[in-house]
Design a protein around this ligand. Sequence first.
Ligand SMILES: [Zn+2]
Length: 270
Amino acid sequence: MRTDKMTEQRENKHIQGFTLAELLIVVAIIAVLVAVSVPVFIGKMNQTKNTVCEANRKILVRQMVLDRLEDSDYSEADAVAVMENSDAYCPDGGKYSLEWDELYIKVTCDKHGSTSSGMDEDIKVSSNFIDDYRDFTIEYLKDHPTKNNDEIRKAFLEKYNGKWPTLIVDKKSYSIQPFYQGKDKTKPVEECVWLFARANGNADAGWSVPYVYNIVDGKWYGATKWDGSPGGSANISYEDTASLDEAIRNSKHSSGKNQWVEVTGYKESK
Ligand SMILES: [Zn+2]
């Protein structure tokens, strides 16, 4: 009997449910939550669309850069065709347009902005070039262990059909060239290769150069004149990449000005 009573009480409690006042409060709370979360949700959606659009633009630019490296006949029309038929499109219905020249490729979404080849670190000419030179030097030294910097550079240049890549600063072109510090053959090659750039057609002017590529941070540095202004030249024949990096960051003229300053706003091309 007692058990039946208890069951009955429990059932009664279940049926009771909410009072009207409680319900109104619940509805009011839900209304507040919705009012707060909908704008947050919409904001997140827009952020997400923006991120997806940017990622898609990067995919397109990278695809075009790689296609162009592989195919010398690759044209702007080919790139446009890639852009229009790709699965990488704006998730918000934005329209993509293309800017194209010898040095860079830029895809712009009319809703979300631009992505250009120069902004993407991993497709930079210099970082590919130095990787290529390092691998070449390692292989070359296996067969020709006594060869020096000049000879390796010469053999490597043949691989590049006699043409170095180009660095453009302030509308002037410089040829990007590799350097191997082979004094100590016991040192790993990857610690002994770097890049510099000098005026075109100035092939044998020693190791005093206007620009050097610091592979430690992936940036170009320009040599300064004594007063720290750009347009100087400095020696880049260091022991290894670490001492080159050290010199780039810390070398000073007797005037106290830095001997190297970071170059911004440059372009590179193969
Ligand atoms: Zn977009």
